[in-house]
Design a protein around this ligand. Structure first.
Ligand SMILES: Cc1cc2nc3c(=O)[nH]c(=O)nc-3n(C[C@H](O)[C@H](O)[C@H](O)COP(=O)(O)OP(=O)(O)OC[C@H]3O[C@@H](n4cnc5c(N)ncnc54)[C@H](O)[C@@H]3O)c2cc1C
Length: 305
């Protein structure tokens, strides 16, 4: 069994373990919800109810169709066709080896009357068995994925053992909130309409998933619950907020409320989900953290509009 190393900081600790590991490490250090720590037999050093709560993630659901009159990544990435693609890449630097799978992305609305977008959608000239991102289908296919930009549903990350080598419980509670269900349904219906547009008509043969048998809202939601996956955008488990907010973990300078010399700087501090994917926001958090740690003054606020 690997030994656990200890070090004693002289200035400040910056915790950047990510949305799952940062709250787990705080909890194992006795910083977190009192009842959880007591249940695990961890001495409560600083009670902070929000540590590990407010977990949110984007939840894409994929709809796929069989394609006619065009080649797709499905068949071009197999056997002799793949060999040809490799040669093409070596000679011309062109072909499917130069592609990333998601070639089109858009932001749109689940309801046309909305002022701002609440959906993100992507298009891929490939399709996956059962609509789950893993194995490509044998026949030509295309996929439209859709997810809600700012989910209301939230879950948690809770240590299951005082041993840091044990994984924590991770429960995102996807689609628990009725608003999230409504927005995703709007997006799935829009995706199905896009498959059937005039522009795609020459290539659309039939919808393979969820398929013609899936029509009612209840059926669509069942499909979404069964086939949806993480977008790998978890955030929020050490959320930023004022000390008056009992769910807040860090303040506006990323310092853990009520403690000296401890900051968190990663996606876990986001109070709520940004409308886009999380990498750029996380980079910004890191940049801002470095300015705060070095004591640099903030740039003047930019007037919008
Ligand atoms: C497969 C995948 C695809 C993604 N695609 C996109 C995308 O296309 N666009 C986009 O915007 N975002 C994307 N993301 C999301 C983006 O990568 C994350 O939002 C971002 O990396 C979060 O940064 P972070 O610093 O919070 O956590 P992380 O990047 O997870 O960094 C945490 C680091 O801490 C280390 N660590 C954890 N615990 C310990 C410990 N106990 N001791 C030492 N080290 C530890 C980990 O090894 C890791 O290096 C994707 C994520 C994944 C996983």
């Amino acid at each position: 069994m690997a030994s656990i190393k200890r070090s004693t900081p002289t200035k400040e600790i910056i915790l950047s373990g990510g949305t799952f590991n940062s709250p787990q490490l705080l909890q194992l250090s006795g910083i977190g919800p009192g009842p959880l720590l007591q249940e695990l037999g961890i001495a409560v050093r600083h009670e902070l109810a929000g540590v590990g709560e407010n977990l949110r993630d984007h939840y894409p659901v994929r709809m796929a169709a069989r394609v006619k009159n065009a080649s797709t990544i499905n068949e071009l990435s197999r056997g002799l066709q793949l060999a040809w693609e490799i040669i093409k890449y070596c000679v011309t630097r062109k072909g499917i080896l130069t592609l990333q799978p998601t070639l089109v992305a858009c932001f749109w609305k689940s309801d046309e009357s909305l002022e701002f977008g609440d959906l993100q959608m992507t298009f891929t000239p490939a399709s996956y068995a059962e609509g789950v991102q893993s194995e490509l289908e044998q026949y030509p296919g295309m996929t439209i994925a859709v997810w809600q930009q700012r989910p209301e549903s939230s879950g948690y990350v809770r240590a299951k053992s005082p041993d840091p080598r044990h994984k924590p419980a991770i429960q995102p509670n996807y689609l628990a909130d009725e608003i999230d269900q409504r927005v995703l349904l709007g997006g799935m219906k829009l995706g199905r309409r896009l498959f059937r547009t005039d522009a795609l008509a020459p290539y659309f043969e039939e919808e393979t998933s969820p398929g013609a048998d899936c029509q009612s809202d209840e059926q669509l939601l069942t499909y979404a619950r069964e086939r949806g996956t993480t977008a790998f955008h978890p955030m929020g488990t050490c959320r930023m907020g004022p000390s008056t907010d009992p769910s807040a973990v860090v303040d506006a300078e990323l310092k853990v409320h009520g403690l000296e010399g401890l900051r968190v700087a990663d996606a876990s501090i986001m109070p709520t989900m940004p409308s886009a994917n999380t990498n750029a926001s996380t980079l910004m958090i890191g940049e801002k953290a470095s300015d705060l740690i070095r004591g640099r003054t903030a740039l003047p606020a930019v007037e919008l509009g």
